[in-house]
Design a protein around this ligand. Sequence first.
Ligand code: MN
Length: 566
Amino acid sequence: MELKNLLEKVNQNTGGDPQAINLIRRAYEFAEKAHMKQKRESGENYIIHPFAAALTLTKLNLDTNTIAAALLHDVLEDTEVIPQELEKEFGKEITFLVQGVSKISKIKYKGTEHRVENLRKMILAMAENIRVILIKLADRLHNMETLNFLPVEKQRRIALETLEIYAPLANRLGMGELKGHLEDLAFPYVYPQEYQWLLKETKDKYQEREKYLENVQPILEKALREEGINDFQIHTRAKHYYSLFKKLQKYDMDFGKIYDLAALRIIVSNVEQCYLVLGILHKLWRPLPGRIKDYIALPKPNGYQSLHTTVFCLDGKMTEFQIRTQAMHEEAEKGIAAHWAYSEGGKPLSGAKVDERFTWVRQLKEWQKELHGSDEFLDSLKIDFFKDRIFVLTPKGDVIDLPDGATPVDFAYQIHSDIGNQCAGAKVNNKMVALDYILNSGEVVEIITQKNKKPSPSWLDFAKTNEAKNRIRKYLNITSPKIKSPTIFPIELKISYQDRVGLLKDISHTFYKEKININSVENDKKAPFIYIRFFLSNKNFLTALLTKLKQIKGIEEIEIKKSRLD
Ligand code: MN
């Protein structure tokens, strides 16, 4: 790995822009100097790490500022360099990207099931710009490639985090190739035995399969040409190990049910040809019912488009085919990164042009709901998917998902109703704040509780979540002195009656007018009795109630069954 390789790639991507090349060279030299005293665990110079991340991003054709930020991505975290210095040297945008990467690197991962999805969201929300995520993914890729140099416990934690957080993020961004790569690197660390088993099981199967596909290919090529399709590519595609493993788990580890162990991919020039090829395939070989998937008409949520079909192929063997255009292929491999692809002029494609070509951007825009009234494509990639949500952390690093505008009181009730009720104060990033302080994504929130503290009615003025509001109201009602006082009397009335339409309604109306809540009403099944249970806070209320009840037509006798009145 040499700087020369990187510069060559940047040269290609930018159409030989001398400013771009100069910037990358300066960023490299700055990072190399800053990390001078550091070594990687492998013993190599530290610079090979940011260099590798930058190289990954040039392969995705990312813009020059992102490449420069990748080279500098660890200088704020690991060296003496301060943001002001970086900004003076490289400007606001690169500094913003580097700070973004440092920020999300600090998020602590805890594999607590349902929190994982929140953590992914938080990373997206905190990154503020998708380019920050792309740098982080490239950083993670190299760390995974060199994971064998780390101590065993660290290996497992990082690999698990990769499987649960970063690979799904890559997938959400439509970056199929990177996702598969990250998963396959993590797989042996997280599931060592299963990995060894799979390796052994698939060794012959993959070879056998590839040989078979070599025989299929010429038949297919001939058929395509006969139908007038001359401009196409056919790739053999072996399934990634980890995705194969996950699929096997779904099918009781039965290889017989996996039809895409190695599959053929056909890439053609346009959408019409995709459907044409599907027809040609189905004429050649009978399709397996229920296995035809039209992801062109109905793209996957991450924007993935292709036609999939499984047919009884040569010798009746079930084989999967994927058909797509070149643009769909680029998109499937590179996902959102495909949208930074430089046109020949060396300038990023304009928003409108990209829009027409890529579903992903359309979807992104849906997520964003509203753009910032700017035509600048890079601007439009600000992450606003979770515009109305914020993600804050507990002192232990758990992620709490709250609506925008939430306060420490909302946070407290989100953790536990007791913490909410006893909330006496709050610290945000270790500083005391008022309870009506508006929280921001990424802040660490600590609630100070006090045993005898009670919620204040004023909290209702600023609490944002229904959870908090309901709890506060509930607490204020139930434990108000009037009800909690020792003079609370449980009462049961046994009422004998002559039944008539509307009797029960009249009884309950009487209670309502006396402002007494009925707890339960029960009918005696054998005799004309009803039992009514309720609480009284003042025994004097009972006389009035009984008088009113006795006036109701149909009520014969009222007996006080249970009471502490005497
Ligand atoms: Mn790094």
